[in-house]
Design a protein around this ligand. Structure first.
Ligand SMILES: NC(=O)c1ccc[n+]([C@@H]2O[C@H](COP(=O)([O-])OP(=O)(O)OC[C@H]3O[C@@H](n4cnc5c(N)ncnc54)[C@H](OP(=O)(O)O)[C@@H]3O)[C@@H](O)[C@H]2O)c1
Length: 264
């Protein structure tokens, strides 16, 4: 059976690692066409090569910093030109707003402005900017999707998580607002909200401290990037009249932020 995503254009932000890189492979396997963005272009080139081998109909990548309006606008212009240069369909089918992450785990009393500003810039304003810039490329009829990658952190609170929990709660509210604003257009809007997952997330959060990052996953079985990528493809591949509004997915070992089963 031909996939609903065959030959469709899928744009993924934060495609250089983790969920975004895995999503590139998973969408590639459906025969979709890919537009990939992130700051580490050399990593995007590797992801793009793997996506071509995995069966993507077409793969393109470009530098993107979602924390800067000028970069988002340049990326959107590139995306438009790239889509126009190929055969039908000449519009975007899925926008995956995945770029983001956490910086630090400091209590508010010792929090750093730079960390807070980066988290809110990427996870909230990045989603707003990307959506504003790419909406003109999404068709105003049934089947198109915006998939925002939120977090369990947007549903709950944990010590040291102030700006990240606030940012992901903000992402969830942006998703809900968009669903209201786009009602009647046929464009679906979803938030996929993972719990503990093994990617470069903790390495970035702890600013390159590998031992501290590894300790987050010690003795437990976290979600993988492929788990989340598979869910993205499933959500985007539902029939046009079906919208998966919000999908909270945690590893079986994670009952709550503070209740993670560890075998060691
Ligand atoms: N792993 C988890 O436990 C977990 C759980 C819930 C939600 N999440 C969310 O899932 C999303 C993906 O994270 P991940 O776990 O896959 O971590 P990751 O491996 O660190 O990937 C993060 C991606 O975001 C990109 N990115 C970060 N800042 C960016 C910016 N300013 N402009 C463009 N791209 C940017 C990175 O690319 P460059 O550095 O190359 O730009 C990278 O491709 C994030 O929104 C994160 O908050 C993760």
């Amino acid at each position: 059976m031909t996939s609903r995503l065959q030959d469709k254009w899928i744009l993924i932000t934060g495609a250089s690692s983790g969920f975004g890189a895995a999503a590139a492979q998973a969408f590639a396997a459906t025969g979709a066409r890919l537009l990939l963005g992130a700051r580490r272009v050399e990593r995007l080139a590797e992801v793009a090569g793997a996506a071509r081998r995995a069966g993507a109909a077409s793969v393109h990548f470009h530098f993107l910093d979602v924390s800067k309006t000028s970069s988002v606008e340049a990326f959107a212009a590139w995306a438009r030109t790239t889509i126009q240069a190929e055969a039908e369909p000449k519009h975007l089918h899925v926008l995956v707003n995945n770029a983001g992450g956490a910086l630090g785990l400091d209590p508010v009393a010792r929090g750093l402005d730079a960390d807070w500003e980066t988290m809110l810039q990427t996870n909230v304003l990045g989603v707003l900017r990307m959506t504003r810039a790419l909406l003109p490329l999404l068709p105003q009829h049934a089947g198109a999707s915006i998939l925002n990658i939120g977090s369990y952190a947007g549903h709950t609170a944990y010590e040291g998580g102030s700006a990240y929990c606030a940012a992901k709660a903000g992402e969830l509210q942006v998703t809900r607002v968009l669903r209201l604003e786009l009602n009647g257009t046929g464009i679906r809007v979803s938030s996929i909200d993972p719990g503990l997952a093994l990617t470069e997330f903790s390495l970035v959060r702890f600013k390159g401290d590998a031992a501290r990052a590894e300790a987050v996953y010690a003795g437990t079985e976290p979600l993988t990037a492929d788990d989340i990528a598979e869910i993205m493809v499933w959500v985007a591949g539902r029939p046009p009249h079906v919208n998966i509004d919000e999908l909270l997915v945690k590893p079986t070992d994670q009952a709550a932020t503070h209740k993670v089963y560890r075998r060691t």
